[in-house]
Design a protein around this ligand. Structure first.
Ligand code: NDP
Ligand code: 8X3
Length: 263
């Protein structure tokens, strides 16, 4: 029987767009209490009425930059009792910057990806998991990627951050063995969100080209998978889910539909 998430506190980082926003909507349908953070808190606040309408028991949104260790520690430590007892943590906040050869890339891109995708995930995890261990209850769901399994041209540091996520997730699972906590990595291929727009710093034409001729995964596809993992019975731990568009075998092998007569 699937596990009920009614009134469960679900904390989602990076909930202002894409996978994070869709995951909030999917957990809302389960009647969860949603704790949402991102830097664009205005977007989170604007989502709140729809989330309540969809079934969320309650929503609390706040501004948080996961790269800021003091802010992460301080904000999570001062959550009220009602919100501080987190049942499910979705470490989703993340980004890529650029697709330039490593030896020609801007070092700032690397700092931002490592600080967000690796250090941000660690800071949030370190702040949330001790409470879960104390309460003997909790599920940590991290966003990995097929980029963490195989590197692609220009992907280097982004792929490295997702490979780090994969092994950090495995390590946490080992450290929590013997407790009732569960640890999951969700590793998608191509999902159409703001991801490419962020990667190419607002170059819409270049971002749109990424998804040309393929039916990519949607943020909702990933959200449904996350909620599926979270609603398995307590004795079932989904360790890793790798999911891609049907047209994508791996980061290199992608079948694009072409207009007849053209490549
Ligand atoms: P989006 O760009 O649509 O969403 C990224 C989210 O992360 C936004 O809500 C953004 O909010 C938040 N975020 C970024 N930096 C920070 C920060 N420093 N502090 C807090 N929040 C932050 O992309 P996706 O939804 O696609 O990405 C979500 C996750 O999924 C990422 O970890 C990504 O690596 C992963 N992923 C994406 C895939 C894809 O093809 N799209 C495939 C595989 C994995 P704000 O800007 O308001 O802070
Ligand atoms: C995002 C998917 O393949 O563009 O993690 O890196 S990919």
């Amino acid at each position: 029987m699937s596990k009920s998430l009614k009134n469960a506190v679900v904390f989602i980082t990076g909930a202002s767009s894409g996978i994070g926003a869709a995951t909030a909507a999917e957990f809302a349908k389960q009647g969860a209490r949603l704790l949402l953070c991102a830097r664009r808190v205005d977007l989170l606040r604007a989502m709140e009425p729809d989330l309540i309408e969809a079934g969320a028991a309650e929503v609390f949104s706040f501004n948080l930059d996961v790269r800021d260790r003091d802010e992460v520690e301080g904000t999570i430590a001062t959550l009220s009792d009602a919100w501080g007892q987190i049942d499910v943590l979705v470490n989703n906040a993340g980004l890529s910057r650029g697709l330039t050869k490593l030896y020609e890339d801007d070092v700032e891109n690397w700092e931002e990806m490592i600080d967000t995708n690796v250090k941000g995930l660690l800071y949030v995890t370190r702040a949330v998991v001790p409470g879960m261990v104390k309460r003997g209850h909790g599920h940590i769901i991290n966003l990995g990627s097929i980029a963490g399994h195989i590197a692609y041209p220009g992907g280097h540091v982004y792929c490295g951050t997702k490979a780090a996520e994969r092994l950090i997730t495995d390590g946490l699972r080992i450290d929590l063995n013997g407790t009732p906590l569960r640890v999951t990595s969700i590793d998608p291929g191509m999902v159409e969100t703001e991801f490419s727009n962020v990667r190419f710093r607002g170059d819409e034409a270049r971002a749109t080209k990424v998804y040309e001729g393929v039916v990519p995964l949607s943020a909702e596809d990933i959200a449904e998978t996350i909620v599926w993992a979270a609603t398995r019975p307590e004795h079932v731990m989904i360790q890793t889910v790798v999911l891609t568009p049907t047209a994508q075998a791996n980061p290199y092998v992608l079948k694009r539909q072409t207009v007849e007569g053209r490549q």
